[in-house]
Design a binder for this molecule. Structure first.
Ligand code: HEC
Length: 454
């Protein structure tokens, strides 16, 4: 997957700064949404399959509401999931310019997997809607159970059967793909921190040798549990006054389950944060990594408190606070990770900036306007008498002298117009009867010819 490396060009320090900002923003959008999507799909699939097995309508309804509220819709899935992850991948490719390490490939695989996962998740989501549509028609038809069995045409009941199958399969496939996406994402971002050991991570299988990948993968899963729990509370009860068509029994059930999920996640997350901290390699540590880890820790403890208050008092007043504190802790986690990554690749960025500046200087010197003048023709007319490319004539062979100009067309053309004494082994070169533009053209021709571009 080196093609991504070929797509990006080395960036200067200002550009790199901009890329870091974009990376931070993309992460802040991506992580909470991905957490909601992964956790939401998982809990929806679990409640759905349990509900169908035990014919529990409330569980099925909960499964439908979770996937409706947390995954929102297809466009959101692409806009807050796939596109940010793609930008993250590009930012990593830029910041890791010139380094050979599997991080970028892992992130690219994660993006592809997420794209497929998203299409499964939203087809799972839509089967619920079609199913409830069919139910509505059955209700208003006024037929009793026996009549329904005999009078409904076979195609319809076949279709219903298929629909239920798609429902459970698509949900499960979506979930499995999301989990693998999380693994590759954790792998790509964790390995990128080991800038002193990039040579150990050259093929995808080596991802499994990285301890920090596993810890960060588990942390991402726990983060998803937290995100989905908090989101269930927020989108069922907080956002725009909450859902209005809930009876008390269902509302109590949803608040209780959502609260427990959120609390479990929020209580476990600090533990994983602590563990993952020990896996941050020394090359990625700095004061700001400590500070952001600490802030994330505090935000998570506050989150625990708010969620506990919700469970304890069956009171919805702390739900919005819990949601905002959760977003805050997500932002701190992102900042912690980005500053660790920034430190890890600092050296590389200095080299990259150098390369970018060189490239720019080279480009500048090559952009002299030589249109309308044929450098090759001038060479054949004036210079051939004394110069060849590979052998010594009256003057030295070009292959020896041209490379000392480092691609600088202006410098070479000014020599041609105004030769100064260079090499004592040769007689002086007579000044050439050329206009400046013609000198530029022949200089450009010689540089390109010697570097093999013509
Ligand atoms: C009459 C012979 C003669 C002609 C014609 C001539 N050169 Fe030279 N050129 C020389 C000699 C002699 C030297 C070595 C000068 C020295 O080392 O001081 C030289 C050196 C050079 C060098 C090397 C400069 C360096 O930095 O060492 C370049 C480049 C060059 N010539 C380009 C050209 C071009 C382009 C033309 C045609 C437009 C041209 N020359 C025509 C005799 C000639």
């Amino acid at each position: 997957m080196d093609f991504l490396q070929n797509l990006v060009i080395p960036a200067t320090t200002q550009h790199l700064l901009m890329i870091k900002v974009i990376l931070g923003l993309a992460m802040i959008i991506f992580l909470p949404f991905f957490g909601m999507l992964l956790g939401g799909t998982a809990f929806s699939v679990i409640f759905n399959s349990y509900g169908r097995k035990h014919r529990n309508q409330m569980f099925i309804r909960f499964a439908k509401d979770i996937i409706d509220k947390l995954a929102i819709n297809r466009f959101v899935g692409v806009g807050l999931g796939v596109i940010p992850l793609l930008s993250i991948t590009f930012c990593y490719a830029q910041l890791l310019f010139g380094q050979s390490v599997i991080s970028i490939s892992l992130l690219l695989v994660a993006t592809l997997l997420l794209t497929i996962a998203v299409s499964f998740v939203y087809s799972y989501q839509s089967t619920f809607q079609i199913e409830s549509l069919i139910e509505t028609f059955k209700d208003i038809s006024g037929l009793d159970k026996h009549e329904l069995e005999t009078k409904v045409p076979e195609e319809v009941s076949d279709y219903e059967f298929d629909l239920l199958n798609t429902n459970s399969n698509a949900g499960l496939w979506g979930l499995v793909l999301l989990i693998i996406t999380a693994l590759f994402f954790a792998g790509g971002t964790s390995i990128a921190l080991n800038s002193d050991r990039y040579q150990d991570f050259q093929n995808i299988a080596q991802m499994f040798l990285s301890g920090s990948t596993f810890i960060n993968f588990l942390m991402l899963i726990v983060f998803s549990v937290t995100a989905s729990g908090v989101a269930i509370l927020f989108f069922f009860f907080g956002w725009q006054g909450g859902m209005h068509d809930m009876e008390k029994e269902y509302a109590d059930f949803a608040r209780n389950i959502g609260g427990k999920i959120a609390f479990t996640g929020a209580a476990l997350l600090p533990v994983f944060l602590f563990m993952s901290f020990f896996f941050i390699p020394n090359v990625a540590l700095s004061g700001s990594v400590f500070v952001f880890t600490g802030l994330a820790f505090i935000a998570l403890l506050m989150l625990c408190n708010f969620v506990y208050a919700v469970i304890r008092n069956s009171d919805t007043k702390y739900i919005a606070a819990a949601f905002y504190v959760f977003m805050l802790s997500a932002i701190f986690l992102v900042l912690k990770n980005d500053s660790a990554f920034g430190i890890a690749v600092q050296k590389n960025l200095i080299v990259t900036n150098q390369k970018a500046l060189e490239l720019e200087a080279q480009k500048k010197s090559k952009t002299v306007n030589v249109s309308g003048v044929n450098g090759e023709e001038i060479y054949n007319r004036l210079c051939v008498a004394c110069h060849k490319f590979d052998v010594k004539l009256v003057g030295p062979p070009y292959q020896q002298t041209i490379p000392t100009y480092n691609g600088d067309v202006k410098k070479l053309s000014s020599y041609i117009l105004n030769p100064v004494k260079k090499n004592p082994e040769y007689p002086p070169m007579p000044a050439q009867p050329l206009k400046p533009k013609e000198a530029d053209a022949v200089a450009q021709y010689l540089i390109e010819k010697v570097s093999g571009k013509k």
